[in-house]
Design a binder for this molecule. Structure first.
Ligand SMILES: [Zn+2]
Length: 140
């Protein structure tokens, strides 16, 4: 895969260094049957170091997941070899079925069919808490 010549796909750029792998996992990219390139520790003028993920397939990615992992990331949609759209990323107010509550006594631990819901409780510190038991989401 020539990572610079995606015709139809997505480039997630400006990911804080070290967050690329987590984003890769949360987006479920390992189960994607398309070329995905993960480039880590790229020198960036803005960030010092950054990670980049390039997906060579016209799929939809969950912007909420990207906003949760790194709201500073940028998402470029490539169509016919050209930049078609730059998506603005924001920290989502609610995360549904992205992360799981670590509290063993939480109702989501025993009720398997419940949605795992986390709410943004502090934008400054990027703090999310379980909607059921208020347990903090573990740090990235
Ligand atoms: Zn909980």
């Amino acid at each position: 895969m020539n990572v610079d010549s995606i015709r139809d796909g997505i480039v997630i750029d400006h990911i804080a260094a070290g967050c690329g792998m987590k984003l890769y996992r949360l987006l479920g990219l390992e189960s994607l049957e398309a070329p995905v390139a993960m480039i880590t520790n790229v020198v960036s003028r803005k960030l010092g170091r950054k990670d980049i993920i390039k997906i060579d397939a016209a799929i939809d990615v969950d912007l909420d997941i990207i906003g949760y992992v790194d709201p500073g990331a940028t998402v470029n949609i490539i169509r016919n070899g050209e930049l078609k759209e730059k998506k603005r990323i924001e920290m989502p107010e609610r995360l549904i079925n992205v992360i799981h509550c670590k509290n063993p006594r939480c109702i989501t631990s025993c009720e398997q069919e419940l949605d795992h819901i986390f709410c943004l409780t502090d934008r400054e510190t990027k703090e999310y808490r379980c909607a059921y038991c208020e347990t903090k989401a573990s740090i990235l």
